[in-house]
Ligand binder design. Sequence first.
Ligand code: KG4
Ligand code: ZN
Length: 279
Amino acid sequence: MKYILVTCKEALEKAGVILEDIDAIAVVNGPGLKGSLLVGLSFAKAIAFALNKPLIGVNHIEGHIYANFLDNKKIETPFISLIVSGGHTSLILVEEIGQHKVLGKTRDDAAGEVFDKIAKYLDLGYPGGPIIEKIALNGKKDAIIFPRPLTKTSNLDFSFSGLKTAVIYFVREKIKTKEKLQIENICASFQQAVIDTLIHKTLSAANKYNIKNIVIGGGVAANECLRKTMLETGKLNNIMVYFPSKELCTDNAAMIGVVGYYKLSKGFSDSFDLDVFTG
Ligand code: KG4
Ligand code: ZN
């Protein structure tokens, strides 16, 4: 234990962190993969113990929501938050800071996951989102009409596995008939199907709850086409739409620090019994 504490202190000092400036240690304790969460949480506990500072557990999804506050301090509650990452696709009603109600989530693949899986299937590389976005720039978004899953239902859940299968079947058929694969058109049409679905559901949530602010976050929120279309849709519907800057969309430590800050300013901290949660 003593060795861990000394190592933590040394590591922080080497990174140029002035220990006296730290008010608390915020750490993600879920949702996610148990092993990696445990590594992070144990390290955070050791630092908090060594520095005698409060320990604050942060929900990863909350981090993505509140990343927006690093760029926009004026976001007003209530707002609808759409979190689109590699592990999550969720619509959340935030009535007040820290008060969340999940309105809908994906029943299978997350939006980022489906970008990654399609890119893998097409042998394009990883992570799929930025690669597909780049290739899609040279394609036609209406070249192929892929399904917009669950957009004809009134519930606010998502499902992307059917869209993934539709793309795979389309490609298989082209290979079978020896037709040329127009990867640019496939990427642009697939990307558009994801974007249309995300925007349709988010707008439905805003209309259903009569909310005038939408806050987006997560890796997929870095997608320029999603950003542009969502901002245009907001303008048309008299709704304020917020995105974090692109570097704050994908996983980052600053977004966890923001949630830690809000919790600390409300006097909240966790005990050293804090555990991880996976789902
Ligand atoms: O939030 P994040 O960094 O990690 C998770 O919490 O999962 O999100 C990573 C996901 C990946 O699936 C990646 O393909 C996707 O975000 N992503 C994008 C873009 N940049 C990252 N998806 C679409 N367009 C992008 N530009
Ligand atoms: Zn994330």
